[in-house]
Write a protein that binds this ligand. Structure first.
Ligand code: MRU
Length: 348
């Protein structure tokens, strides 16, 4: 695709350039964050979103903080405070903190080593996505050998959610390249419509046949036999395989478990958090009421109505058939221990 989700812009005042996802699909507009405040605001209002993309932004954001700190003469304590603000901008996707932590040890060495390491994060993310997509496509093709597949995905786990190629949508792309995709059911993904606005945009650009459906149509479609497999991304995968992803994911898993339809999680190893034992310990981001009680600034509920607006939910490992990473596949229903993959990726 002819865009970059996240990139570094060199210059006298360097910046992190983001494709502003709040403006898609209407327009392809870029936002240049030249200071930490602008970057943190962009993260919070989802101008950039998706766990692996947030990992890249976390790493580049440290380089940005260093550049801003040098310009404005920050003492070390202020620099670390700003980096902390960036690290905490969204709590559920582990990749944001992971990206910051990946480059943080290089902070005393200065800007150039931090930026070089951050750039490596971007390159590695694309490689991981391509590898896990091939592994995920192999896993599904082995189990569903007969005809092109009718897939269902939720939220956006494509190029827009990563630095390139995508995770769940990477698996779809890989299967499409093998001539194995008949149709993709795209959940619109209330309340911010990452499925309708972003996933449909990416699938259309790739010429992959798809339909957008309201989220509440998904369990019925699965139980009616209209879906051969569900593939989603992840924001944090606990050591036991419990998986946090966009709110609505666990309902899909329940329907799949009942219907005997494979439920697959596709994510890079950077999304696996071995320090979190299980899903009960994952912090779920709660977002503003207005995202649910209005749309496009127009109220959709009586004034003063309160909302319950968790951005994510946790699917228990017992409902997940496969967690696919670039290091290999874990099948939590039979062996719920992500640590078996805690080794360098197979280079093949
Ligand atoms: O709130 P968002 O849009 O950042 O949520 C994103 C998701 O839930 C994605 O499915 C997840 O981050 C995986 S992206 C490859």
């Amino acid at each position: 695709m002819g865009f970059r989700t996240v990139e570094w812009l060199d210059g006298t005042v360097p910046a992190v350039r983001l494709l502003d996802q709040t403006r898609l699909p209407a327009e392809e507009a870029y936002l240049d964050a030249a200071d930490v405040d602008t970057l943190v605001t962009a993260i919070i209002r989802l101008a950039v979103r998706g766990a692996p993309a947030l990992g890249a932004v976390g790493a580049l954001g440290v380089a940005l903080a260093l550049a801003q700190g040098a310009r404005e003469g920050w003492p070390d304590a202020r620099l670390r405070q700003e980096i902390g603000r960036l690290r905490d901008a969204r709590p559920t996707a582990v990749n944001l903190a992971w990206g910051v932590d990946r480059v943080l040890p290089l902070l005393p060495q200065g800007h150039a080593p931090v930026l070089a390491e951050a750039r490596r994060v971007l390159v590695e993310d694309e490689a991981a996505n391509r590898r896990l997509s091939a592994l995920g496509a192999d896993w599904l093709a082995e189990r569903l050998p007969r005809r092109p597949m009718r897939l269902l995905t939720h939220c956006n786990a494509g190029t827009l959610a990563t630095t390139a190629w995508g995770t769940a949508l990477g698996v779809v792309r890989e299967l499409h390249g093998r001539g194995r995709v008949a149709l993709v059911h795209v959940d619109e993904t209330r309340p911010l419509l990452q499925g309708a606005r972003l996933t449909a945009w990416e699938l259309a650009a790739d010429g992959i046949d798809h339909v957008v459906q309201v989220d509440s149509a998904a369990p019925g479609a699965i139980l009616r036999g209209l879906v051969d497999a569900v593939v989603i991304g992840a924001d944090r995968i606990a050591a036991n395989g419990d998986t946090a992803n966009k709110v609505g994911s666990v309902g899909l898993a329940l329907a799949c478990a009942d219907a005997g339809v494979p439920f697959v999680v596709a994510a890079p190893w950077s999304t696996v958090d071995l320090a979190t034992a299980d899903g009960t310990r994952i912090t779920i981001e709660e977002r503003p009421d207005a995202e649910v009680t209005s749309y496009g600034g127009i109220p959709s509920a009586p004034a003063g109505t309160r909302a319950f607006n968790p951005a994510f939910d946790v699917t228990p490992a017992r409902m997940i058939d496969a967690v696919v990473t670039e290091r290999g596949v874990v099948e939590p229903k039979t062996h719920a221990d992500m640590a078996v993959l805690d080794r360098p990726a197979d280079p093949s």
